[in-house]
Design a protein around this ligand. Structure first.
Ligand code: G6Q
Length: 529
C-alpha cells in the first residue's frame, strides 16, 4: 500500500473552505468571543496532563467542520494506519517511518520487509540501559581506572539536535555526568570543548546514522587523535562508542562491535531521538527517565491514532496551521515555550518541521500549486517578549503562535512562576483583544488584536510530558504532509548539501579552482589569497 496522491486543492472540502474563507477573512475573533461566551469551553482539548485551548483562532465551528472534511477527503485516517503499521510511506527512499515503534508497547509484530522490528528494538534498549547504568554508577571506568565524569555526543543534525534539546529540557532530572555536544565542523568548536575535558574521564558517543557525515567523522577523528596523545589504541574501546546503521564503517573507524548501538533505516535522523541516538539522554538522566520519555511519546501516539479528529490535538493543530498557511497566506508560525529548559525546543522542531515539509513536489511527482511547509521560529518567553513580540503584536504579518506553559515550576518558586505565567496569559489575551482605537489614543499605541494563538498548558515538565509534547509536533507535521500531498520523510535538499562541499574542498586543497559561477570563483580566489 502507498499513500494516496490527492491534490488537496481539488477536493470538495477545499472549494468549500475557499468560499468560507471569503466570509471569514474580515472576521474578528473579539466578535466571535462576544457572540459566544462558551467558546473556550467548546474549543479546547483536555488529554492527560495537557490542555490545548484553541479558541483564540480565527475559526468557527464551521471552519473546523470543513477542515475535518478535508482531512477525511485526503484519507488521513488510513494514512495514519500506514504510518504506525510500517507502510513504506517514505516512498522516495523506499522506507518505512517507524519512530513510533521505538516507543510502542504493542505485542503484535510490526513488520518491515516481513521482519518484526520489536525484538531488535528491545535488545538495543536493554543494551542502552545496561551501558547507562554502568557509566552512571562508575562501574565502567576510563583507561586510568577513574569513573567517567563527562560525555561528549559527536553528531550533527538529527544526530545532535534531539539529544541536545532533550538533555537541556531534562536538566532538572540530571545526574552527575556533564554532557556536551559537538556538531559543527568549525574547528574552533571542537577546540573549545577539548579545553574543558579530560581524556581519562570522558566518554565519546559518535552518533551518525550513515557514518559518512563529514562533520561528524572529522570531529570524531580530531578527538580520537587528541585522545591518543595521552592514551593508547587499546584504550579507545573504553572511551568511544558509536550509534549507527553502518556497522562496517564504524568498525573501520576502530570501534569494537560490542561498542556499537545499532539503529535502522526506518528511523529518520530528525525523528531518531527515541532510538539509541538518545544514548546521551539516557546517560544524562538515567535509563528509567529515558523510558518515561518514550512512554510519554507513546501515550501521545495512542491519542493521535485513536482520538476522533475533533478531539485530536495533533490533528486540530495541523488543520489550523493549514487554514492560516493556505487560506490566510501566513508564512510563518512562532512557538514560544514559557520555560527556560525548553530553550532548544524550537531549533529542534525547526528541523523536524522544515526539513520534513519543505517540499515543492507533490506525491504525484508534479510541482504543487499551493503553499506547503511553514517557517517555524521562536524563543522562550518571557525573553522573546522583550525581543521580537513587537512584530507579532503590531507588524503587518499574520503569525499564528503556539504558547506552551506549565502549571508547576520544578523548584517550586511560586513568586517567579506566577509572574512567568501571568505574562503567558497576558500575551495571548493581548494578541486576541488588542487595544482599540479610542479618541485621544495615539495611532501608534493602537493594537488591532485578532492575532491567533494556541495555548498548551501542561501540568509539569517531566520526561513523559516532554516526550508527549515532541510527539505532538511530530504528528502535527505528519498530518500536514499528508494533506499537502508531499513526501515528508525524505530530505534531498540536505543530501545535496553533503555532496556540494566536497568538490569545493578539492578545489581548496589542490588550489585548482574548477569551473563555478563567477561569484563563487571570485570568492574562492579571495579565500585562497
Ligand atoms: C535528518 C537529516 C540530517 C541528518 C544529519 C546527520 O533527518 O537527514 O539532519 O540527521 O545529516 O546524518 P548522520 O546521522 O547520517 O550523520
Amino acid at each position: 500500500m502507498s499513500l494516496p496522491t490527492i491534490n488537496p486543492t481539488q477536493t470538495a472540502a477545499w472549494q468549500k473552505l475557499q468560499a468560507h474563507f471569503e466570509l471569514m477573512k474580515e472576521q474578528q475573533m473579539q466578535v466571535l468571543f462576544a457572540a459566544d461566551p462558551t467558546r473556550a469551553e467548546k474549543m479546547h482539548i483536555e488529554w492527560q496532563d495537557f490542555l490545548l485551548d484553541y479558541s483564540k483562532n480565527i475559526a468557527t465551528e464551521e471552519t473546523f467542520a470543513l477542515l475535518q472534511e478535508l482531512a477525511n477527503e485526503v484519507d488521513l485516517k488510513s494514512a495514519i494506519e500506514q504510518y504506525f503499521g510500517g507502510g513504506l510511506i517514505n516512498q522516495t527512499e523506499n522506507r518505512a517511518v517507524l519512530h513510533t515503534a521505538l516507543r510502542s508497547k504493542q505485542t503484535e509484530p510490526i513488520l518491515v520487509d516481513g521482519q518484526d522490528v520489536l525484538p531488535e528494538i528491545a535488545a538495543v534498549k536493554a543494551k542502552m540501559k545496561a551501558f547507562s547504568d554502568r557509566i552512571i554508577s562508575g562501574a565502567h571506568t576510563g583507561y586510568t581506572g577513574k569513573a567517567i565524569t563527562d560525555v561528549v555526543n559527536i553528531g550533527i543534525g538529527g544526530s545532535d539536535l534531539g539529544p541536545a534539546m532533550m538533555v537541556e529540557a531534562l536538566k532538572f532530572y540530571k545526574n552527575q555526568l556533564s554532557v556536551h555536544f559537538i556538531s559543527n565542523i568549525d574547528g574552533d568548536h571542537v577546540q573549545e570543548l577539548l579545553k574543558r575535558i579530560d581524556p581519562e574521564t570522558t566518554l565519546f558517543v559518535i552518533v551518525s546514522k550513515t557514518f559518512t557525515t563529514q562533520e561528524t567523522l572529522t570531529n570524531a577523528q580530531t578527538i580520537r587523535t587528541w585522545f591518543l596523545q595521552s592514551a593508547s589504541e587499546q584504550d579507545v574501546a573504553k572511551h568511544f562508542v558509536a550509534v549507527s546503521t553502518n556497522l562496517q564503517k564504524v568498525q573501520e573507524f576502530g570501534i569494537a562491535p560490542e561498542n556499537i548501538f545499532p539503529m535502522w533505516d526506518w528511523v529518520g535522523g530528525r525523528f531518531s531521538l527515541w532510538s539509541a541516538v538518545g544514548l546521551s539522554v539516557s546517560l544524562a538522566v538515567g535509563y528509567d527517565n529515558f523510558e518515561q520519555l518514550l512512554d510519554g511519546a507513546h501515550d501521545m501516539d495512542v491519542h493521535f491514532r485513536t482520538a476522533p479528529f475533533e478531539q485530536n490535538m495533533p490533528v486540530v493543530m495541523a488543520l489550523l496551521s493549514i487554514w492560516y498557511n493556505n487560506f490566510y497566506g501566513a508564512q510563518t508560525e512562532a512557538i514560544i515555550p514559557y520555560n527556560q529548559y525548553l530553550q532548544k525546543l524550537v531549533p529542534y522542531l525547526q528541523q523536524g518541521i522544515m526539513e520534513s515539509n519543505g517540499k515543492r513536489v507533490g506525491r504525484d511527482g508534479k510541482p504543487v500549486s499551493y503553499q506547503t511547509g511553514t517557517i517555524i521560529w521562536g524563543e522562550p518567553g518571557t525573553n522573546s517578549q522583550h525581543a521580537f513580540f513587537q512584530l507579532i503584536h503590531q507588524g503587518t504579518k499574520l503569525i499564528p503562535t503556539d504558547f506552551i506553559g506549565f502549571k508547576q515550576a520544578l523548584y517550586g518558586n511560586k513568586d517567579h512562576q506566577d509572574k512567568l505565567m501571568s505574562n503567558f496569559f497576558a500575551q495571548t489575551e493581548a494578541l486576541l483583544m488588542g487595544r482599540p482605537e479610542t479618541s485621544g489614543l495615539s495611532p501608534f499605541k493602537v493594537f488591532t488584536g485578532n492575532k491567533p494563538t494556541n495555548t498548551l498548558l501542561i501540568d509539569k515538565l517531566t520526561p513523559a510530558s516532554v516526550g508527549a509534547l515532541v510527539a505532538l509536533y511530530e504528528h502535527k507535521l505528519f498530518v500536514q504532509g499528508i494533506i499537502w500531498n508531499i513526501y515528508s520523510y525524505d530530505q534531498w535538499g540536505v543530501e545535496l548539501g553533503k555532496v556540494l562541499a566536497n568538490s569545493i574542498l578539492t578545489d581548496i586543497e589542490t588550489g585548482q579552482i574548477a569551473a563555478h559561477d563567477a561569484s563563487t570563483t571570485f570568492l574562492l580566489n579571495k579565500y585562497l589569497g
